[in-house]
Design a protein around this ligand. Structure first.
Ligand SMILES: [Zn+2]
Length: 462
């Protein structure tokens, strides 16, 4: 049987080059079925060939942004006009699954195209090992100037996430104007956008790659427009407040949308937008007591692993289309490199979204967490979802859960007892993937956390 390890150490040819090692494993699992449909079939029909290679590549990451709170994803209670405009200029993926429900492992996956079990930045003390190859390293090796703008402590400088970046610009919370109960948490979107604009004003590189990490709408939820009020809790809360907190969260998303719009307007003003590849996504979502909890990191239900994903290709390629295939954060690094005309490293486990999509029965996403005693993993298919909770769930939920996502998108009715055959089949698939991911894993790295950083991390809920 092919494993990531065995494929990694021999030259990959033909179709294998198009497939990351985990996807390759899955092709083996289903007997090497032919790839029937082109990814984004609508795109392939309307837009032949490939997009032009981008002179500017930007990942815009909105921390803790659920897909279902954007009006381009069908939300009606609140509007996000600037992000929606980006969706009209690009391809919107309606089913994008993050490989982890909190920042560090999820961003590690976006940077490397590896699941957290392989890149190993999956616990509070872990870093991103030097031995991984990041998308920034690949782009830097192809003459892109690379810069990251960061204000989330879990990926602060020194943990290995700076690999491949010429500049890894840390935006300390001390400079924020947003204060709640005397504490500052991260720089708000207005300051992040301003910092990126000043970088653009001073940079004349022919090619550039920017990673822009916005922390809104991460907790605390500030009242918007900002007035010094807001709400914060660490994993606790009154269920009766779910509606009010959701409204505050929506306000933060509108605030974020304004400043993402400001960044996009600047790119247009500088003549950089049309030829840019822009990937807009989130590292994870947020709970509002759908499954008796708050925040993120502790479960793998859809509200914390289903993320927005908009890919705006150069020259308007694919503009305005919706791709309904199940796609994953591991696919982002290969997609960026493929669009830039760079062959993704064979070790990457995702598949370029420009390449043929597998048929529905081969579309799968794996997500997992190991966070404050919550150890859970999910195996998501376009229809079914298996959740396995390991070592007991602090919320007392069943160890094995099966949901029919088509009929029960809120994951309310556990069908595991009634469908033992489906459970066994999905578990077998998930176990095989986990073994392969561990076989492909690099050696992990651990970091000391100084008391001040630990205190600040606690403020953020980590
Ligand atoms: Zn996050």
């Amino acid at each position: 049987m092919s494993t990531p390890n065995s494929t990694r150490h021999r030259p990959m040819r033909g179709r294998e080059i198009l497939l990351g090692s985990l996807a390759g494993l899955l092709v083996v699992l289903v007997g090497g079925a032919a790839l029937a449909a082109y990814r984004g079939g609508m795109v392939a029909n309307a837009f032949h060939g490939r997009p032009a290679q981008p002179s500017v590549v930007i990942i815009i990451l909105a921390d803790a942004l659920r897909a279902d709170r954007l009006s381009s994803y069908g939300y009606t209670k609140s509007q996000t006009p600037h992000i929606d405009a980006l969706a009209r200029d690009g391809v919107r993926f309606s089913q994008a699954i993050s490989q982890a429900p909190w920042t560090k492992p999820s961003v590690g996956t976006i940077f490397t195209g590896l699941v957290p079990l392989s890149h190993q930045a999956r616990t509070k003390g872990a870093g991103l090992p030097d031995s991984v190859t990041t998308v920034a390293e690949s782009l830097s090796a192809h003459n892109y100037a690379t810069a990251a703008f960061m204000t989330n402590l879990t990926i602060r400088p020194g943990l290995g996430f700076e690999q491949g970046f010429d500049e890894y610009i840390w935006l300390p919370a001390e400079d924020s104007h947003f204060v709640l109960n005397g504490d500052k948490y991260y720089q708000e979107a207005e300051l992040v956008t301003a910092r990126v604009k000043s970088w653009l004003a001073g940079n004349r590189a022919q090619r550039m790659f920017l990673y822009v990490h916005y922390m809104d709408p991460h907790r605390p939820y500030f009242e918007q427009p900002y007035n010094g009020q807001g709400y914060y809790s660490h994993g606790q809360g009154d269920p009766a407040e779910a509606g009010r907190l959701g409204d505050l969260y929506d306000g933060e998303i509108r605030y974020l949308d304004t400043h993402v719009g400001d960044l996009i307007a600047e790119l247009k003003k500088k003549g950089l937008y049309d030829q840019a590849l822009i990937v807009f996504t989130a590292d994870h979502g947020e709970e509002f007591y759908e499954h008796q909890g708050w925040g993120h990191g502790r479960t793998v239900y859809q509200e914390v692993i289903q993320v927005p994903l908009i890919v705006k290709y150069p020259g308007g390629w694919g503009a305005g289309t919706v791709d309904e295939h199940l796609v994953r954060s591991i696919d982002l690094a290969p997609t960026i490199l493929d669009t830039a005309g760079i062959r993704p490293p064979a070790t990457m486990q995702g598949v370029s979204l420009l390449q043929p999509a597998p048929p529905a029965d081969e579309q799968v996403a794996f997500s997992e967490t190991d966070f404050e005693g919550n150890v859970a993993r999910a195996w998501v298919t376009p229809r079914d979802k298996l959740i396995q909770v390991v070592d007991g769930d602090p919320r007392g939920r069943e160890a094995i859960q099966l949901y029919d996502l088509a009929a029960d998108p809120g994951e309310t009715l556990n069908l595991a007892q009634a469908h033992v055959g489906v459970v066994a089949d999905l578990r077998r698939q998930m176990d095989r993937l986990m073994i392969a991911a561990l076989e492909a894993s690099v050696a992990g790295t651990e970091f000391e956390i100084d008391p001040e950083t630990e205190q600040r991390l606690k403020l953020l809920g980590y």
